[in-house]
Ligand binder design. Sequence first.
Ligand code: PGA
Length: 223
Amino acid sequence: MKKLIIANWKSNKTSIEAEEWIKQLTIDNLQLTNKEIVVCPPFTLLPILKEKANELGIKLGAQNISPFGEGAFTGEVNGEQIKELADFVIVGHSERRKNFGEKDEVINRKIEQAIANSIVPILCISSLDQLINHKSYIINQKAIVAYEPLEAIGTGNPDTPENAEQVAKKIREINNEAMYILYGGSVSSGNVNDFTKMPNINGVLVGNASLDPKEFLELIKNA
Ligand code: PGA
């Protein structure tokens, strides 16, 4: 199983900054033999990154998806549109649950839209209870689950690798299948390997540390 490293840029970077970032991401094939990189920028930057990402062998993901298909849904970007540019989409992130009032039900609609459009959902959960509410939507599907404890996101205080491993093990038991399980929350080049070396953790979801290309390259190298 390749290690999966997913960058979540959140609401950061202009087009010029995105071009500069990818120019500095001097990755070579050797570094990617057992690692897969997915970059999730804001929607506006997906077309800007696409060609260079292809050349580098890295994949793109979106940070949101409409819970509906095409139609009269002002402000939404639907799965069919996303599929033209990205293969993955983040759903259920705690920042969306908190700041945009997203509940499990709408998140499940988003998972359905992703799967219907052959986009792999990266389902973020901060507790096992949340996973149980989404379970029937991801079971037997190509999906990724990212465990991100609230107190670890953007704080510089990651969970302990031992605790993250215990939760990852339970996620695997609940899903009862070979699924990619990631840890997220204050992952950096310095601590990434403490997480990725755990038997049930297949990769990481990285916010802050993905914004600087040098730090992100180092993180990829150390993962
Ligand atoms: P962080 O964010 O790495 O900045 O803690 C992780 C996330 O929110 O996905």
